[in-house]
Write a protein that binds this ligand. Structure first.
Ligand SMILES: *[C@@H]1O[C@H](CO)[C@@H](O)[C@H](O)[C@H]1NC(C)=O
Ligand SMILES: *[C@@H]1O[C@H](CO)[C@@H](O)[C@H](O)[C@H]1NC(C)=O
Ligand SMILES: *[C@@H]1O[C@H](CO)[C@@H](O)[C@H](O)[C@H]1NC(C)=O
Ligand SMILES: *[C@@H]1O[C@H](CO)[C@@H](O)[C@H](O)[C@H]1NC(C)=O
Ligand SMILES: *[C@@H]1O[C@H](CO)[C@@H](O)[C@H](O)[C@H]1NC(C)=O
Ligand SMILES: *[C@@H]1O[C@H](CO)[C@@H](O)[C@H](O)[C@H]1NC(C)=O
Ligand SMILES: *[C@@H]1O[C@H](CO)[C@@H](O)[C@H](O)[C@H]1NC(C)=O
Ligand SMILES: *[C@@H]1O[C@H](CO)[C@@H](O)[C@H](O)[C@H]1NC(C)=O
Ligand SMILES: *[C@@H]1O[C@H](CO)[C@@H](O)[C@H](O)[C@H]1NC(C)=O
Length: 390
């Protein structure tokens, strides 16, 4: 009799023990999806000890804004997850903490960005005297100085000794919108990341100008996501790898990419790499056929590569352009590798002055995240924060 009773209890203990040992894992799609799924108790399927729930609607929710939930986390190296209920959140979110911080949206379709149910919305534009940094809907940086853009070829001189911020920041199934104006006016950032590593999955970034900013010592990995903009809407000093992402042209202005290179005492791969992605007009009523440039040199050491990417007919026959006044020189790398589609005009590219086609050997130098993401001291292979399961 006692045997029969204790056996199920033993099993229960064993199951509990195993679940504690194996643990909830952000890199496990099953674990993450079950936390994101709708349930009567929203934290069902989540790692309860480390997850904070935010709900803009529910009257009994402790946190109604994402920023209040972020502010509740200690500034230490522990891992925290913030689960965000469906809804529209009108606020700026600013993450300075060092430890792994994962913002995940509630959804029944965790592998589809177009079904996202969480929008974080802000409306701001840079005005004279106010740095671009202040406009961003989402900022990931250890402090204000680290996030400042500044001006000139080298930008704001971030003081030496500035600490590194979040070592592993991530978003899944969230949209970040800066809707100051429905056209390109001045910088209106949706993302600003500097002195930090960030992975963005099934995430949308929407504005018209300077939408995604990857600042100094910023590493951004964007996958299965959407970025929509008009002018220079991927820009920065850091390193961005954008893969399997929809790049939506809301009109043409400047270029899609505009980067500033930096002279370091070690070899660097700072730049923007757009791989296996899809560049297309936002809709068919836009008259932009043959008008949109792939990019332009924000400084002469711009490094930008579109590889294995589909380009629709919106793209200029000669690909990239120069800045006005001219900046392009022999330190500039504005390149493509095996792009295709109606926007890849072979005769146009042969005549291009500011666009180069890489050889397989040249592309091999940059052909994976391991080859481009660096630690602040210049060592390559800073990728432990990337979720390869997506
Ligand atoms: C967080 O902690 C780090 C390390 O102690 C420190 O350098 C940083 O200034 C702190 N950030 C904030 C916003 O307090
Ligand atoms: C959020 O805003 C969008 C666009 O304004 C709107 O279509 C949607 O219904 C809103 N969602 C909620 C949950 O209020
Ligand atoms: C983000 O928060 C930090 C720490 O509170 C603050 O110093 C900084 O000004 C904020 N950044 C922005 C762009 O508001
Ligand atoms: C920010 O940078 C300015 C200019 O270099 C410097 O005077 C100031 O002390 C810095 N602030 C912090 C908090 O590091
Ligand atoms: C097409 O996209 C542009 C840019 O986002 C927008 O202003 C316009 O309203 C859209 N037109 C249609 C018919 O959706
Ligand atoms: C980097 O060094 C090169 C060669 O000395 C110089 O032409 C360029 O202006 C420098 N760039 C920056 C951003 O300092
Ligand atoms: C595109 O051009 C057509 C024909 O010229 C015109 O009717 C339409 O209004 C234009 N659309 C936009 C968004 O400018
Ligand atoms: C770039 O061109 C200048 C002359 O205009 C030359 O001195 C320099 O060595 C060249 N640099 C590279 C990296 O080719
Ligand atoms: C391709 O580019 C060439 C040279 O710029 C241009 O003459 C031609 O019209 C372009 N073809 C298309 C289909 O845009």
């Amino acid at each position: 009799m006692t045997r029969n009773l204790s056996f199920p209890i033993l099993l229960l203990f064993l199951a509990t023990f195993l679940s504690l040992v194996s643990g909830w894992d952000i890199n496990s799609q099953n674990d993450r999806h079950s936390c994101q799924a709708y349930s009567r108790d929203p934290l069902e399927g989540c790692d309860r000890k480390r997850t904070v729930y935010v709900d803009v609607v529910s009257s009994d929710s402790k946190y109604k804004t994402v920023q209040s939930a972020v502010a509740s986390l200690p500034n230490n190296t522990d891992t925290y997850i913030i689960l965000i209920a469906s809804g529209n959140y009108t606020e700026q979110v600013n993450v300075t903490r060092r430890g792994p911080t994962y913002l995940i949206g509630q959804t029944a379709h965790p592998t589809s960005q177009s079904h996202n149910t969480v929008n974080i919305i802000w409306a701001a534009i840079a005005v004279p005297g106010l740095d671009n940094a202040f406009t961003s809907t989402l900022t990931v940086a250890p402090n204000l100085n680290a996030s400042l853009t500044g001006s000139g070829p080298t930008g704001f001189a971030v003081p030496s000794g500035t600490p590194f911020g979040c070592v592993d920041f991530r978003t899944y199934n969230l949209n970040f919108v800066n809707n100051f104006a429905p056209y390109s006016d001045d910088p209106s950032l949706a993302l600003s990341i500097s002195y930090a590593n960030g992975g963005f999955y099934y995430t949308g970034f929407y504005s018209y100008q300077d939408t995604v900013y990857v600042g100094k010592l910023g590493n951004a990995y964007i996958k299965n996501s959407e970025v929509a903009g008009q002018t220079d809407f991927f820009y920065g000093f850091g390193t961005a790898w954008v893969e399997s992402t929809s790049i939506s042209l809301r009109s043409c202005g400047g270029g899609i990419t505009a980067w500033k290179g930096t002279n370091t005492s070690f070899p660097n791969a700072y730049g923007i790499y757009i791989v296996d992605s899809n560049v297309h007009a936002a809709n068919s009523s836009l008259n932009i056929t043959g008008k949109c440039a792939l990019g332009r040199p924000w400084n002469a050491q711009m490094r930008s590569i579109f590889a294995y990417t589909y380009l629709d007919k919106s793209i200029l026959s000669t690909g990239y352009i120069d800045w006005n006044p001219a900046r392009y020189n022999n330190y500039t790398l504005q390149a493509e590798y095996r792009d295709y589609g109606p926007g890849y005009n072979v005769t146009g590219r042969e005549a291009a002055k500011f666009d180069v086609q890489l050889t397989p050997e040249e592309w091999a130098q940059y052909s994976s995240p391991q080859k481009v993401f660096q630690y602040p001291d210049g060592r390559f292979g800073n990728t432990a924060w990337i979720d390869w399961s997506v």
